[in-house]
Design a protein around this ligand. Sequence first.
Ligand code: UT7
Length: 330
Amino acid sequence: MNRITAAITAVGGYVPDYVLTNQMLENMVDTNDEWITTRTGIKERRILKEEGEGTSYLAIQAAKNLLAKSKTNPKDIDLVIMSTATPDMPVSFTGAYVATKIGAVNAFSFDLTAACSSFLFGMSTAAKYIESGRYKKVLLIGADKMSSIIDYEDRATCIIFGDGGGAVLFEPNTEGYGLQDEILRTDGEGRPHLKIEAGGSILPASKETVEKKQHYVFQDGRTVFKFAVSKMADVSEELLNKNTIKEIDWLVPHQANKRIIDATANRLNLPEKKVMINIHKYGNTTSATLPLCLVDYEKQLKKGDKLVFSSFGGGFSWGAIYLTWAYDSK
Ligand code: UT7
């Protein structure tokens, strides 16, 4: 019997309608379009404005888009993995709610959190369930309502992040397509450089933490940038060498900063036309960047294409995954 590999068989995505442009940010903080564009590559991002809605809303829309496009019966899904850094609420995890709301009534679910690497690590996890032979349909969703944890008076962070959701379906493949190899890493020394100080078990919410704005994302951008540039490129190159791959068809990089993406592509000697980029439209949507790239480029993907996914994020967390594409777009 052929070895079972875990292939992506469908993708779906969702971004909110509300567009927050660089020009609008110019009226909110001391910044300008030229600075944001040259330093990050971002022109606009989407913000979820629906009253009372959280990350689950983005996830549900993305999953429903996938189910409709692929004509998948949600009752056939075995597992829903919800990758997110902004769950709806603590304790009652987001995945359970999302799975129920999309009709995946025969699935179990859990949240997976690894900051901007949540989706990449989720791909690795989803693939293991498929490769075991025990699960046939694993829905991996990456979604984040970053606007819920951003201080729109802090120009160092508010220009970067946006809201969005994306989903992929993993299924068994016996032709050898799908996830081939991975290198995943973490380093807890990165904790001080990218974090939310309060609201967790070390510093629970109080009047003081709210007054001190400790529930917003803090980022030491320069340090994170330095690590991201070297680690994303290192690990992607290492993965290609390990698999003796001369040339790939697509780099699918985490969309944190166009300059980080360019550095990774340069190290792999890839021309820009082989690099998936949508940071100019959506900014950094954290767990949604990778699947939203797949949604935007799905029509250009061909069966057998070699893809390398790569990310870097808080924790620190980073890695690269090598996957071959399993279908031609209809
Ligand atoms: O996805 C999770 C992982 N996150 C990342 O990978 C993000 C990594 N970091 C970055 O992308 C970049 O560090 C930023 C985009 C956050 C910042 O770009 P930078 O080129 O590293 O700028 P910087 O922080 O070194 O700041 C340069 C200057 C500073 O002014 P001085 O000190 O040189 O006078 C900042 O105060 O730019 C100033 N600055 C701004 N100016 C206009 C910082 N933010 C802004 C702004 N508009 N929004």
